[in-house]
Design a protein around this ligand. Sequence first.
Ligand SMILES: [Fe+2]
Length: 286
Amino acid sequence: MSLVIKNLDAPLGAEISGRDLSKPIAPNEVKTIEDVWRERLVVVFHDQKLSDPQLIAFSKNFGELDPPGPNPYGESFLKDHPELNVISNVVENGKPIGNLGDGEAVWHADMTYVEVPPKAAMLHSLEVPPPEAGGNTYFANMLAAYEALPAELKEAAKDKIAVHDASTNSAGMLRKGYKAVKDVRETVGAHHPLIRTEPTTGRKALFLGRRPNAYVLGLEVSKSEALLDALWAHATQPRFTLCHRWKAGDLLMWNNLSVLHRRDPFDPKTRRVMHRSQIKGNERIH
Ligand SMILES: [Fe+2]
């Protein structure tokens, strides 16, 4: 059976069906998925059930795996597969089995605090709370956000470099080995331009990373805060976003360098378990 592609009714996102991803996929199918991923930025597959080795095998079709960043607990969640991450609120024997808890994960792109951030991320839901319990994930299209940016903000962001904070994860927890940031001029993390040009297509996108502890180099702190607040308010408007309501068996693959994502909090009495991989990037942001 061949892949069936359906664009979602949103400014980004497409659903691909017709394929059991636990089985090896052919090179022409890899290319189709990659093309949809490049154009629609978020690819949604439903009704999948991949073991960890199968998730790794599927992910490797798109490049080398990029292991997760340091989590607050200082050890990988899957001893046998440290290249995978676990996103979960479940605690077993007094120990969290995964990252990010049950609170909100604020808007961010993954690991932009490193020089060459991952280009793609995969998230496979194994257990999810009932729909009314929360935990939806949102994606925002940074190509569309850049295109719609008012001229004065485009000008203000042009040629500016920002520091992307490495100290906390998207749930606001301090990573092991980092100190809390008290002055944004001392934030530790990679430096990237606020506007990124896609090397293959020449398209421009806003490249914001994450808001907490960000700082635009060379500006007074108050000016940096004002510019970042204006860019973030613009970039995360509903007109640029897609809301994904999870079902168990979903597998999402997104373009980490051209979207932001965030997660709603959810009922702590429910279980949410997801396994995750990411694909190494091959570009310095410019
Ligand atoms: Fe994330």
